[in-house]
Design a protein around this ligand. Structure first.
Ligand SMILES: Cc1ncc(COP(=O)(O)O)c(C=O)c1O
Length: 375
């Protein structure tokens, strides 16, 4: 194998986009409008148009986006928020930080997303919101989630950090982009994400003018008019250089997803029906942008496989090694909303393979060969 295989190859992607990126960055450098330069609003407008919503409010990162979204809902300490037990920590962390109680709900093992059938059983009189995390590039099953939310007067926040570009189809045929179905969508532009900048960045997405205005104020010290602070806020901004990068990358988003889907299709074809693992499941209600391609290693030898692959130059990652109910940070105040057996099992089985926009056929072949030879 010539060259090194990476989980995500940002350098090669940069080289492909270099002329556009360098020009966009150079323009910011020459303007020196590093904070709130025109590229920030240009990106917010273009991203809103892409998503088909009226409001995108850029912010500093995806964790801030979740915090600001939760703050905008004006919840009270002790209110409960439904969170999937198998996911990145950010949503649970922001719930806890605001004095709210995370209520863990189990996930569907095939898609890794929250299991809507378990949500109703997890509700209490204190439940105020559901965080639906679209994990690894595929939408949660939003129709039942939205129905439960509307029947019970709950807010829905979609954490779309890993699935920008995916689309959900409702049973009446209506299609909506992930991040646009709940009251608020949030996302991260961390460099490895489907839509990514060259540092930290994030955004809140909404169709509700009241929530949009609240989130805009919260992200800017709670002010509408400079030095007049109406509500308690924070400081969370997407800087102009990052917005300039995002303006370039937004134009390539469809092609990025296509490239990753090609890798996933090659993996699917070569890796299905193998006794050692299960390939990730697709659902007809969602397109997939394959932020991750994650196997479930069923023979109990996931860690051994990972070590062997590493020795052959094939990186892999365990997203995530612990379910949230086992994270020490939440001991004592979170609540189990369902049995969490699938989440627990997944943490022992999952193995994410290299997948990115620049992978060559030779690299894909090599990963497949090494997987088969080392299982
Ligand atoms: C699902 C999910 N939510 C939120 C975040 C947090 O984003 P950030 O690192 O930009 O704060 C991440 C980042 O890894 C994520 O994967």
């Amino acid at each position: 194998m010539n060259g090194q295989i990476f989980m995500v190859d940002l350098h090669r992607q940069y080289l492909r986009l270099q002329t556009e990126i360098d020009l966009a960055m150079q323009q910011v450098l020459e303007s020196t409008a590093f904070i709130n330069g025109p590229q920030v609003q240009e990106f917010a407008n273009r991203f809103a148009e892409y998503l088909g919503v009226p409001y995108v409010i850029p912010c500093g990162n995806g964790t801030d986006a979740l915090q600001i979204a939760l703050m905008a809902l004006d919840l009270r300490p002790g209110d409960e928020v439904i969170v999937p037990a198998f996911t990145y920590v950010a949503a649970a962390e922001m719930v806890a930080l605001l004095g709210l109680i995370p209520v863990w709900v189990d996930v569907e093992p095939g898609t890794f997303n929250i299991n809507p059938a378990l949500i109703e059983g997890a509700l209490s009189s204190r439940t105020k919101a559901i965080v639906a995390v679209h994990l690894f590039g595929q939408s949660c099953d939003m129709e039942p989630i939205l129905r439960i939310a509307s029947q019970n007067g709950l807010y829905v926040i979609e954490d779309n950090a890993q699935s920008v570009g995916a689309e959900y189809t409702f049973s009446d045929g209506t299609k909506k982009k992930t991040g646009t179905m709940g009251h608020i969508g949030t996302t991260s532009f961390f460099p490895s994400k489907p839509l990514a900048c060259y540092g930290d960045g994030g955004a809140m997405i909404t169709s509700d003018p009241y929530l949009a205005e609240r989130m805009r104020m919260i992200a800017s010290h709670g002010q509408q008019v400079k030095y007049h602070h109406k509500i308690v806020g924070c400081n969370s901004r997407l800087d102009t250089l990052q917005a300039a990068v995002l303006n370039v990358k937004l134009s390539h988003l469809a092609e990025f997803a296509e490239n990753r889907c090609h890798v996933a299709a090659r993996y699917d074809e070569a890796l299905r029906d193998h006794p050692a693992w299960l390939i990730p499941e697709r659902r007809s209600y969602s397109t997939h942008v394959y932020h991750q391609y994650t196997l479930r290693v069923k023979n109990g030898r996931r860690d051994e496989l990972q070590t062997r692959l590493k020795a052959q130059g094939v990186p892999s990652m365990v997203y995530y090694p612990l379910p949230l109910q086992k994270q020490e940070a939440f001991y004592g105040f979170a609540r189990k909303g369902s049995a969490l057996l699938e989440a627990e099992q997944l943490t022992r089985e999952v193995l994410s393979l290299p997948i990115h926009t620049e992978m060559t056929e030779e690299e894909i072949d090599y990963v497949i060969r090494q997987l088969k030879e080392n299982s």
